[in-house]
Design a protein around this ligand. Structure first.
Ligand code: OGA
Ligand code: MN
Length: 292
């Protein structure tokens, strides 16, 4: 296949990959060109794809070992997802759709705050691949942030203030703010459950430094008073979440979007809860987080 064409969005990150049918075998040479484009653009969109879960899992596995789906929120039962047994541990269903009154997927139709997927784990996934099966005519756009750019443009005082520091990434709530099964609410951020990671991380492939914030709720910078931690995090977050570092994906059915979870954060706009939106997501096991 020689007609692969990478078209940057022209925004702060992301590119379209044209000329690939992911339902057909992807050669090693072609895969390498995709991997190179991914390192350069951080987010790749493959439009017009027709993927079943087997193909989604097989293509995802080219990027590394599949990671298990996250712990579900209270009140959501994965058995309602309708996934084949072989896919249930590996494919997360993200959906507003209800069947007989029960959600078939997680995260409903709410706004999702800026976050890194599963960064509350000691080995956060290196990538997520989100495939749209059904989307509403509008709403539910997904924003992506370039965390290399956010780090590189950080004012010197903030760069200095976070250098060598670590932060807690809250495992108790999902990106919609819902409590996960088996967790209690914690009010004191010093006791937030979850992994502790450096605020600046070195990307193992590109060797570039990126801000690594995870998610704002429940975050706490070690070694600071709660007040100083809140102030520092508010300042860093205000910088990192500027529109100039963001690009928004407006979904069409058949879009597969791959993001680098090591140097990208994402969020989602809310949408009308009566509208159907159905996405299947895989995630790829990451490597140990390197301090930058
Ligand atoms: C995710 C996620 C965004 C969306 O699947 O990790 O954040 O647009 N989803 O549903
Ligand atoms: Mn997410």
């Amino acid at each position: 296949m020689n007609d692969l064409w990478i078209q940057p969005t022209g925004g702060a990150l992301a590119a379209d990959v044209h000329g690939v049918d992911l339902s057909k075998p992807v050669s090693d040479a072609l895969f390498q060109r995709i991997a190179d484009a991914w390192a350069e653009h951080l987010v790749l969109r493959f439009s017009g794809q027709k993927l079943d879960d087997h193909v989604l899992m097989a293509f995802s596995a080219r990027f590394g070992e599949l990671d298990r789906v996250p712990v579900a929120a209270v009140g959501f039962d994965r058995l309602e997802s309708g996934l084949e047994p072989a896919a249930q541990q590996w494919v997360a269903v993200i959906s507003s759709v209800r069947k007989d009154g029960k959600a078939i997927g997680g995260l409903g139709s709410y706004e999702l705050v800026w976050h890194t997927d599963m960064s509350y784990n000691p080995l956060p996934p290196r990538a997520s691949l989100l495939y749209a099966l059904e989307v509403p005519p509008d709403g539910g756009n997904t924003g992506f942030l370039n965390m290399y750019a956010a780090y590189e443009t950080l004012p010197a005082d903030l760069k200095h203030a976070i250098a060598g520091r670590t932060c807690i990434h809250d495992s108790s709530r999902n990106s919609a703010g819902e409590l996960r099964k088996g967790f209690q609410r914690t009010l004191d951020v010093r006791h937030t459950p979850g992994a502790v990671h450096p605020l600046v991380r070195l990307h193992p492939v590109t060797k570039r430094k990126a801000l690594f914030l995870g998610r704002r709720p429940g975050a706490y910078v070690h070694g600071l008073s709660v007040e100083d931690s809140e102030k520092l995090l508010d300042a860093v977050w205000a910088h990192a979440t500027q529109e100039r570092f963001a690009w928004y994906q407006k979904w069409r059915a058949g879009d597969l979007v791959l993001w680098d979870n090591r140097c990208v954060m994402h969020r989602r706009d809310a949408f009308d809860e009566s509208l159907r939106r159905l996405m299947h997501r895989t995630q790829i096991v990451g490597e140990p987080v390197l301090a930058g």
